[in-house]
Design a protein around this ligand. Structure first.
Ligand SMILES: [Zn+2]
Length: 213
């Protein structure tokens, strides 16, 4: 540890800064950050600046849809504004990548709500850190849902593990205050599995055979 710190102090400042920035990313340790930095130093100016401008563009152009919290450049997002989607059905997922995986099955024609995580009290993640308020608002008031359509059904599509179940139970309690149907994806998904890694056939079954809560 001390040897590593000593080594990076001897780099020029800008190199040390890049190593520090990269090693602050999830899953990137100091050693990987150094490897990436030297890769970028060796790569063409075009390639390195291409990466820098891609980062700049996502930070400048991408926001969360005000209705479903999915990542979008347009407001509302292309799913929320699509008249071909059934906006009375809202499938709740944890992350944008879960939505992408479910979209790839082509089996779902409703709309989504992206929670942006799940409850984790030990890590200080409560309902206010997630898009729970936005969900309840669109359920209670059609003017906050896609194209002003009334929500009839919320399908809980969180990952089937302990934190996912805890979060589902909390949301189910919150949704009891309104007169909508609450269902969950069928348990074709094995406990502990993650939606983003499930195959299309399993996901298609989980959507079509969803169960009432
Ligand atoms: Zn949206």
């Amino acid at each position: 540890m001390t040897r590593m710190q000593g080594r990076s102090r001897s780099y020029p400042d800008s190199v040390t800064q890049l190593i520090d920035q990269l090693s602050s990313l999830p899953g990137i340790g100091k050693r990987s950050a150094e490897r990436l930095t030297f890769y970028l130093l060796k790569s063409s100016t075009e390639q390195a600046l291409g990466l820098a401008s891609a980062i700049e563009a996502v930070k400048r152009e991408i926001r969360h849809c005000s209705i479903c919290s999915n990542l979008t450049e347009a407001e509302p997002c292309s799913i929320c504004s699509d008249p071909g989607r059934d906006a009375s059905k809202v499938l709740l997922v944890e992350q944008p990548r879960d939505l992408m995986t479910l979209e790839e099955t082509g089996m779902y024609s409703g709309v989504y709500h992206v929670l942006l995580g799940r409850l984790d009290p030990l890590d200080g993640i409560g309902p206010d850190s997630l898009s729970v308020r936005e969900l309840l608002r669109r359920v209670e008031d059609p003017s906050h849902n896609c194209r002003g359509v009334k929500v009839e059904e919320v399908i809980l599509g969180l990952n089937p593990d302990m934190d996912g179940d805890t979060t589902s139970l909390y949301l189910w309690e919150q949704l009891q205050k309104s007169d909508i149907k609450v269902t969950r994806l069928a348990r074709g998904l094995p406990t502990g599995s993650q939606i983003e890694y499930a195959n299309s056939a399993v996901l298609a079954d989980a959507i079509s055979q969803r169960q009432s809560l």
